[in-house]
Design a protein around this ligand. Structure first.
Ligand code: ZN
Ligand code: ZN
Length: 108
């Protein structure tokens, strides 16, 4: 792991583990559980803009027990144009984004 790799959440530099998936190296911080893709130029998948914002997204660990609990987070990027609503919610709530795989359950 080279010196430029640092956890965006807790600042950990040593306790990191990288795993290669094709061209992408996925790094896991073993201090706080943050997961991110290394050597990835942040870019919007929809419009290609590189003017994107960092955000943390929860990852739910589904294998342990019956209770769903937030175990770790992933570093993702939101486009101010294409993901405007999610980005606004993220900034407003100041909490990690919900996981993608969860169905949206409206609450009242
Ligand atoms: Zn960390
Ligand atoms: Zn975009």
């Amino acid at each position: 792991m080279s010196a430029d790799t640092i956890c965006a959440n807790c600042g950990e530099e040593e306790n990191l583990r990288g795993s290669r998936d094709g061209d992408t190296i996925t790094v896991t911080c073993h201090s706080c559980g943050l997961v991110w893709d290394r050597d990835l130029t942040p870019k919007c998948g929809t419009c290609g803009s590189v003017d994107v914002r960092k955000a943390f997204q929860s990852i739910l660990e589904k294998s342990r027990g019956t209770q769903l609990s937030i175990q770790s987070m992933r570093l993702v990027y939101l486009c101010p144009r294409c993901d405007a609503d999610r980005l606004a919610d993220y900034i407003k709530s100041n909490t990690p984004l919900p996981p993608d795989e969860l169905p949206v359950t409206p609450r009242d």
